[in-house]
Design a binder for this molecule. Structure first.
Ligand code: MIC
Ligand code: SF4
Length: 640
């Protein structure tokens, strides 16, 4: 038999139909072992799951609460109570606020080598560090996976990343993934699974591997995966799950679309400069730049090893700038406490925050105006920190530590940092486990006033006619389309979220203009260039524009998760057949598009000219688009 990559083995093992994998780009349907949400995407996901009429979820499913935890006013607490009670009703595990960040908890408690999963968060790919194939998806696709135990996606290409050597002192896993970003750029992972291998893998711990797979999202990759080996066994055993271990690796001689070689011992500390995770340079080149804040944590770098290394550099010294810390989970916080690091961090002047996303998603911890914040996070998009004029640069926990002490960008100590080895703490009691079906049926789902009904959307007309409401450039992120931060409590209220937030940071007049255009009977169009919709998986970046009357988005290229979300909410995603035609369209142009045959030739008619377009949807999406979105179609066709 032909030697197989690890990706091929897991996908073949999970194929719903047949026993061969199609060529890259063709849609495959796989069985899903786990599906999860977090609170910011979870309420919409659960509303859709309820609307599907599902009585109990099929695969292991979890609702984590980690993003929107400030609970200022009734909105967040209402969302959390809804997520808890709907979880009880439908057989979903519930992870309450304070337990930790979804991806972190997933690694500690649920992921097993060889599993497949989807999560309503782009960094679900984190789980690849444990030899599993996990992908980020929009809330509807996660609801569908919970309902059916299946997920469809275009078959990715498998690219091998061959690691050799071991990291030098002062260099961390963060520098490996920043190197990958330097090599591939923010859209270089599209349609790809990065499969790590080679002798260097054994020199990386599980949490280091997860740092690397986590930020595969920043390259737009479908996901990334490491083999399952002795280090995986150690991690699972230390977290009370030795029975979940099984060794997994690619076959000798497996074929890959491409091979990227990285010598770990040749890497040096790197920094991704504002405003993109793809702006990678060396820390050395920026040493001495004054900073105003340091923030350590996020799903990328908040393990015990990360924070213990950070604490060791700070020990006995005092930070020179405001320094915030977000442990990845309550278990990590307890492990740090038992090792004495919580006390030493307080002595150093660090502000220890709740175990959750926090400043990473603009929930507190905003930098000062015109400030520079060094963060161990994965995203530094404009305004995401909550301060318009601030700049965020991304670095490893060791660079963060050295810089916190000096108040300027500083290279980490050149000698190895030894931290205290402390047994992992188990925190499984924090989860609320599913009730037996007879008891679950009796649970009353509580919907406080923040939980609004899902809007109804009409089917696609034969012709779309209206205005180009916005013309944008490259790399528009879902943070640009539908910002999070202080708007997070509006996630369960589509109308308010759309009116207050959609494109508000790009053009504050957008929502009002769009609604007026919609109410006058127009269909809204958005035009942009490369990598449209990069970043977060939030389906609100499709749902809210749809509510505002956007019916088609025409760009040079889309990011993977966003294009699926557009289809799910009945917005037609299209790309230019000739990229240069982008220049022929202006904001405010009146355009029209015959969509009566989505499988035929498609042209954007503008100023008397017909601009040829390509579908960015799959042939299998036509029915969904025609129906006006996925939910109306599901309700009409699902037989249980
Ligand atoms: C993010 O990091 O941007 C988020 C917030 O985790 C999002 C999900 C969301 O918008 O709720 C993501 O990465 O998918
Ligand atoms: Fe949370 Fe930030 Fe990770 Fe998103 S990237 S899941 S906001 S910690």
């Amino acid at each position: 038999m032909k030697p197989l990559s690890l990706t091929e083995k897991i996908l073949l093992d999970h194929l719903v139909d047949g026993d061969t994998l199609p060529p890259a780009g063709e849609v495959i349907k796989i069985k899903i072992d786990e599906a999860f949400t977090q609170d910011a995407t979870g309420t919409m996901c659960m509303l859709q799951l309820e609307a599907m009429g599902i009585k109990r979820v099929k695969p292991l499913s979890v609702n984590f609460v980690d993003h929107s935890m400030l609970q200022v006013g009734f909105r967040n607490p209402d969302d959390h109570e809804y997520l808890k009670t709907v979880a009880e009703k439908l057989g979903i595990v519930y992870s309450p606020a304070g337990t930790g960040i979804c991806h972190f908890l997933n690694m500690e408690n649920f992921v097993k080598p060889g599993m497949t999963g989807v999560g309503a968060d782009s960094h679900t790919v984190n789980a690849g560090g444990c030899g599993a194939i996990f992908m980020g998806a929009g809330g509807y696709d996660v609801a569908l996976a919970m309902a059916t135990g299946q997920y469809s996606m275009p078959m990715p290409q498998v690219v091998k990343v061959n690691l050799t050597g071991a990291l030098k002192p002062g260099v961390m896993a963060m520098d490996v993934i920043l190197k990958m970003l330097e090599i591939n750029g923010v859209k270089g992972g599209k349609g790809i699974i990065f499969e790590y291998g080679g002798p260097g893998v054994a020199n990386l711990s599980l949490t280091e591997r997860a740092t690397i797979t986590n930020m595969g999202a920043e390259m737009g990759a479908t996901t990334s995966i490491f083999p399952s080996d002795e280090r995986t066994r150690e991690f699972l055993a230390s977290h009370g799950r030795p029975e979940d271990y099984k060794p997994l690796a690619a076959d000798e001689g497996a074929e890959y679309a491409r091979i990227i070689d990285i010598d770990l011992s040749a890497l040096e500390p790197l920094i991704a400069l504002y405003p993109s995770p793809g702006n990678v340079e060396t820390v050395a080149a920026h040493a001495g730049t004054k900073i105003n804040q340091v923030s350590v944590g996020s799903c990328t770098n908040s393990s015990y090893e990360n924070i213990a290394s950070f604490a060791e550099v700070l020990k006995g010294k005092r930070v020179a700038v405001d320094t915030l810390l977000y442990p990845g989970s309550r278990a990590v916080a307890m492990q740090l406490a038992e090792a004495g690091y919580i006390t030493s961090l307080y002595h150093s002047g660090v502000r220890i925050q709740e175990n959750g996303c926090g400043a990473c998603i603009g929930q507190g911890g905003s930098p000062v105006s015109n400030g520079i914040s060094l963060r161990t996070f994965n995203r530094n998009f404009p305004k995401r920190s909550g301060t318009e004029t601030a700049q965020v640069h991304l670095v490893s926990p060791l660079v963060a530590a050295a810089s916190a002490l000096t108040g300027e960008i500083t290279l980490p100590p050149a000698q190895p940092i030894e931290f205290k080895q402390q047994p992992a703490v188990l925190d499984t009691d924090s989860f609320i486990m599913p009730l037996p079906p007879e008891e679950a049926e009796k649970v009353e789902v509580i919907r406080g006033p923040n939980i609004m009904a899902l809007p109804d959307f009409d089917p696609l007309p034969d012709r779309l006619e209206g205005e180009v409401l916005l013309k944008l450039g490259d790399n528009i992120s879902t943070d640009d389309i539908q910002p999070a931060g202080t708007f997070l409590p509006l996630r369960s209220n589509v109308k308010e979220y759309a009116m207050q937030a959609t494109f508000s940071q790009v053009d504050p007049s957008f929502s009002k203009r769009a609604v007026a255009h919609r109410d006058a009977g127009g269909h809204g169009f958005i035009v942009a260039r490369e990598n449209y919709g990069q970043g977060s998986s939030r389906e609100h970046a499709a749902l809210c524009p749809r509510w505002l009357g956007v019916r088609a988005v025409v760009v040079a290229q889309f990011a993977r998760i966003h294009v699926a979300n557009l289809v799910n909410f009945g917005i037609v995603p299209l790309t230019f057949a000739n990229e240069a035609d982008y220049d022929k369209i202006s904001q405010g142009d009146t355009v029209s598009l015959d969509v009566s045959n989505l499988e035929g030739d498609l042209f954007l008619e503008v100023k008397g000219e017909k601009i040829p377009l390509n579908p960015a949807f799959e042939p299998g999406d036509v029915e969904t688009l025609k129906a006006g979105g996925a939910l109306p179609l599901f309700k009409a066709t699902y037989k249980g």
